[in-house]
Design a protein. Structure first.
Length: 663
């Protein structure tokens, strides 16, 4: 196929060799993709090459596009900022967009008001307000705030309550229980209340030592003055401050500010987690998920995410960002973030501005902390997939989408997926997993121990499908339960069979069932590279829309078949390797072999053991221990003949056989 972008390709000399942004538009003039480039001429030229050299997701964008235009800027920094602005304005369908995992609560200090107050908010805040977090749960903020109000009794009431108290001259209950200094009635001046707000802000930022030192000194002074009531009040405030500090996990020994970002991803989606550390303490975290509608490397994904993150948090850009890999165009990104810090509230307060550094820690506290963030990203990724799988509406939608995309007569309520696993052509196994109504039915899973070990996936797939559907044909029409009351293994036919692999594996599967009467079963091969579904006899694959429920379903089915096959192959390999040498000893069956390995750990350790050490293993007599010792040291067993133990137990040696393998 010819590249459709060639129809609107600009003259090469018309594209400037300068940094800037470019926009692809569809036939209706809507922007479908926005990109940036150090050199517009070089970057745009890559879209007008041979069709075979363009990634599948980029092809989809070019098929939708009908024109391209560009905007020239002076520097790469301006190109970064302009790209973000254009994406937010046009929301192009082929650019990645980050979705919050959920609505996260913040603790907000409304410092833009004459008499600020502390409140919990989930929406955006007004310019000039301070916000802290985000927190995982609203109750965590409220508990922390309740503790800190004992130390910093700032206003928390709404404007209506504040105005009513000001008109009546009577403070509310919070003042009487020492949770508010009552600026509404003039118990403290606006300047004094502002000082309380600044102290609370500094404490939440992690600057806790001055507060603790002051409370301890005041408590000691009150105690020396025999003012025990004041000392008790200060003691309670000190305990409250210390408990609030405990809720802020210590990350590093040094009081430093940084954010840690980690990504867990596959070819089509990603989960991103950001943890915020101030003065060495964890003060907030947030998660995002993203569908990769454009092909992005991890550094490119980090660049787009960092732009998104600090456009949202432009008032809280740290001097350091800890990442698993350096972002793409890291120097321009550092310059842009440093400029944001210069114009933020931190710069207005007169703090010295530091250049924003990106670091990839290899050891120490930050490396350990980043691994924790990475684990959170992985868990969030898995939770996202499980949530999709457990949701009935999404499962129903996935089955309907799959039916429509593949042209099936009915929704594939029963899907079977097959995979093959081996190690260099040895211990070849196959797997069959079953999904009914979009959920795994593990009681129907089957494992196949193949007849011939060969490094040929096509031959293996052909045998697996042949064995499965031969049994289906034999049992079709027969009762689901056999004469002995046992359920027949392959009694139910699938609506759809998915083969893990592309055209080659699919053709091999079809060869395996070519002469079987199973015309009512649909087959498809799922290619790993571009997640394409191939149908028998089709010249072009079926490409499910990125982010669709149908695509998530077939991915999960494929991943489960792969997991099940690999697990079985590892089990066979482990049993073969660990027990092979001991299995050659007469009288050593699975139980005694397991007891020996549990006591000594390995065959090498068994060789170093003395016969009396071996005899100490439960179930081994002295003569059998000498037999093991002699075998491992390459000489005949001492004695005139086999012991009675050997003769008695030799019949216990069994062949490792899979109980679920079909005949």
């Amino acid at each position: 196929m010819q590249n459709p972008a060639l129809a609107f390709r600009p003259e090469p000399g018309a594209i400037p060799d300068a940094p800037g942004c470019y926009l692809f538009r569809d036939q209706h003039g809507r922007v479908v993709y926005v990109g940036k480039a150090k050199s517009l001429r070089s970057r745009l030229g890559s879209y007008f090459q041979a069709w075979s050299g363009i990634a599948a997701r980029t092809r989809a964008m070019l098929e939708a596009a009908r024109s391209v235009e560009w905007i020239v800027v002076d520097t790469e920094v301006e190109a970064l900022h302009l790209e973000y602005t254009l994406i937010q304005r046009h929301r192009p369908r082929y650019n990645v967009r980050y979705r919050d995992d959920k609505s996260y609560p913040y603790l907000v200090l409304t410092t833009s008001e004459a008499v600020p107050r502390a409140r919990v908010a989930r929406t955006s805040v007004r310019k000039g307000d301070r916000r802290f977090g985000p927190y995982a749960h609203a109750y965590a903020i409220r508990e922390t705030l309740d503790l800190l109000l004992r130390v910093f009794p700032v206003r928390t009431c709404s404007k209506g309550v504040f105005d009513r108290a000001a008109r009546s001259g009577k403070p509310c209950l919070l003042h009487h229980i020492d949770r508010c200094a009552a600026p509404c009635t003039g118990e403290v001046s606006e300047e004094e209340h502002r000082a309380l707000i600044d102290g609370l802000s500094a404490f939440l930022d992690g600057d806790t030592k001055p507060v603790i030192d002051r409370l301890e000194a005041d408590m000691a002074s009150a105690s020396r003055s025999l003012n025990y009531e004041a000392a008790a009040t200060l003691r309670d405030q000190l305990f409250a401050a210390q408990r609030a500090m405990e809720k802020q996990q210590a990350v590093t020994e040094r009081a430093e500010d940084f954010d840690a970002i980690a990504v867990h991803e596959d070819e089509l989606e990603a989960s991103v987690q950001a943890f915020f550390v101030r003065r060495g303490r964890l003060v907030g975290r947030k998660g995002w998920s993203v569908d990769k509608v454009e092909p992005l490397t991890t550094p490119e994904l980090l660049t787009s995410f960092v732009l998104q993150l600090y456009e949202e948090r432009d008032d809280d850009v740290p001097p350091q960002v800890v990442v698993p890999e350096l972002p793409d165009e890291v120097e321009a990104l550092s310059t842009l973030l440093a400029e944001q810090r210069r114009t933020s509230r931190a710069g207005e307060r007169g703090r010295p501005i530091q250049q924003v550094r990106f670091t990839v820690p290899q050891r120490g506290d930050k490396a350990r902390f980043l691994s924790t963030v990475q684990e959170n990203a992985r868990e969030a990724f898995q939770r996202g997939r499980l949530k999709r799988a457990s949701d009935f509406d999404s499962r129903s939608k996935a089955l309907n989408e799959l039916q429509e995309a593949l042209g099936l007569d009915e929704a594939p309520l029963r899907i079977e997926c097959y995979d093959v696993s081996h190690l260099g052509g040895t211990q070849v196994v196959g797997s069959m997993v079953v999904f009914e109504d979009g959920l795994p039915k593990k009681s129907e899973y089957r494992r196949f121990k193949l007849s011939v070990d060969t490094n040929d996936d096509f031959t293996a797939m052909r045998e697996v499908l042949r064995r499965r559907f031969t049994r289906l044909v034999e049992e079709r029409g027969a009762p689901v339960v056999d004469d002995e009351g046992e359920a027949r293994r392959f009694a139910y036919p699938p609506n759809l069979v998915i083969v893990d692999g592309g055209v080659g594996q699919l053709n091999a599967a079809m060869e395996g069932v070519a002469d079987l009467p199973i015309d009512d079963v649909a087959f498809a091969g799922l290619a790993k590279r571009f997640e394409e579904l191939w149908r028998p006899g089709s010249a072009r694959p079926t490409v499910l829309p990125r982010g669709s429920e149908a695509l998530f379903l077939v991915q999960r089915v494929r991943d489960e078949a792969h997991r099940f096959a690999v697990a079985y192959q590892r089990t066979r390999r482990k049993g073969s390797v660990s027990g092979s040498e001991l299995d050659e000893i007469p009288g050593i069956g699975p139980t005694r072999r397991r007891a020996l390995l549990q006591r000594f750990g390995s065959v090498a350790a068994l060789r170093r053991a003395r016969p009396e050490d071996l005899a100490g293993v439960p179930g081994l007599s002295r003569s059998l221990a000498e037999a093991v010792y002699g075998h491992l040291h390459g000489r005949e067993t001492p004695g005139d003949g086999p012991s009675s133990d050997v003769a008695t137990t030799s019949a216990a040696v069994t062949v490792d056989r899979d109980p679920e393998e079909p005949a």
